[in-house]
Design a protein around this ligand. Structure first.
Ligand code: S3P
Length: 172
């Protein structure tokens, strides 16, 4: 490992809409570090929202940019990085995160996640062409990949503030 553990960037992973951006912003404030949201960086690069990137350029192009940006930011020190829910399915992304960063998996139950579907659907292309059974299947498939090798924090019945505090505490 190139970067000493205390200076490593922190990466937040987990399913869409689990609160990675909200919690990452809070952790960054608490630790006086800068926050990077990879989806936002991709949207800035393309000058359009994710849904339009998927429509105009396709998912493959989105994934390629996502991977490059994550590889770039993971090598930087002291950042708090939120990555999209699908990013960790790419082996190169997992490698970049695990080799250089401290990874926290934000875990939510299917029951609680389902309640958020209505507010997520417009901004999440992955949810738009799937029915609820297919989304549930994707949820559990990804849960399997997220939960390998890192600290898991349950977000069920906890506020973003409480979760951010847990992350900060666990670094001490
Ligand atoms: C995706 C999750 C989104 C975004 C894109 C694809 C996915 O990020 O990267 O819509 O495949 O799960 P969030 O996890 O921040 O919603």
């Amino acid at each position: 490992r190139e970067v000493p553990v205390r200076q490593q960037s922190i990466v937040l992973i987990g399913f869409m809409g689990v609160g990675k951006t909200t919690i990452g912003t809070l952790v960054a404030q608490k630790l006086y570090r800068s926050f990077v949201d990879i989806d936002e960086e991709i949207e800035k690069e393309f000058g359009m929202p994710t849904t339009d990137i998927f429509k105009v350029h396709g998912e493959t192009v989105f994934r390629e940019h996502e991977k490059k940006l994550i590889q770039f930011y993971c090598e930087q020190k002291l950042k708090i990085i939120s990555i999209g829910g699908g990013a960790f399915m790419q082996p190169e992304v997992r490698e970049a995160c695990l080799a250089n960063c401290t990874v926290f998996y934000l875990d939510v139950s299917w029951e609680q996640w389902k309640e958020r579907l209505d507010i997520l659907i417009d901004s999440r292309p992955i949810l738009q062409n799937r029915d609820l059974d297919e989304i549930e299947k994707l949820f559990y498939e990804r849960q399997g990949a997220y939960s390998l090798n890192h600290s898991t924090l349950s977000v069920n019945d906890q506020s973003p503030e409480q979760i951010a505090d847990h992350i900060v505490e666990s670094l001490k």
